[in-house]
Design a protein around this ligand. Sequence first.
Ligand code: FMN
Length: 212
Amino acid sequence: MAGSDLVLAMTGASGAPYGVRLLEMLVHAGRRVHLTLSPAGVEVLQQELDRRVCLDHFVLGDLLGDAAKGIPAEQVLYHHYRDFRAGIASGSFLTAGMVVCPCSMGTVAAIAHGLSQNLIHRAADVHLKEKRRLVLVPRETPLHLVQLRNLAACAEAGAVVLPAMPAFYTRPESLQDAVDFIVGRICDQLGIEHKLLRRWGITTETYPAPPD
Ligand SMILES: Cc1cc2nc3c(=O)[nH]c(=O)nc-3n(C[C@H](O)[C@H](O)[C@H](O)COP(=O)(O)O)c2cc1C
């Protein structure tokens, strides 16, 4: 346990590439990551990235592919989503924050109402009660009133709601640029240095000129 550890939960919203890229970035930044995935998160991973992860026999290479090579086993600590005995289920286990990325509206609802039905909900609960950074990266559209209220409840309880909404003012040239924009904004919330996006007001001269 170290106070600089981070928790990353991947749930069943569209946006698996965000979660995978974020994990790569956190590891690259030298942070130890406590990783947990929901069963729906595994389904989305398979659908979107063709990566097959087994929750009962987790292998980092199944999630990260070649990017897993060279990552020390102690840097990514996997926790089964039903394991309430994991350290991250307790406020006495110190962390620097938690990200749910991608975050389904089901998980948003569970966090908003303190349901703690799995380790992901419980760890989010812990981060809220301990007043630690909790970043939720929801993806759904359109949003109905209950979903909007649940997001508002999470924000009122202290979470940062950071929807997976890539910007276009940066002139993304690829899907990877769009992914990196969101992951860069998440890293900003965690105080992790990165060069994933060009910052407005600092490097605007490098933006392509608008067409005539
Ligand atoms: C391929 C796929 C894409 C999905 N996309 C979304 C989505 O973008 N947003 C969302 O809230 N739910 C989405 N769902 C539905 C959730 O996975 C489902 O509500 C699930 O119960 C969420 O459980 P979890 O929060 O434990 O991961 C998707 C499901 C699948 C299989």
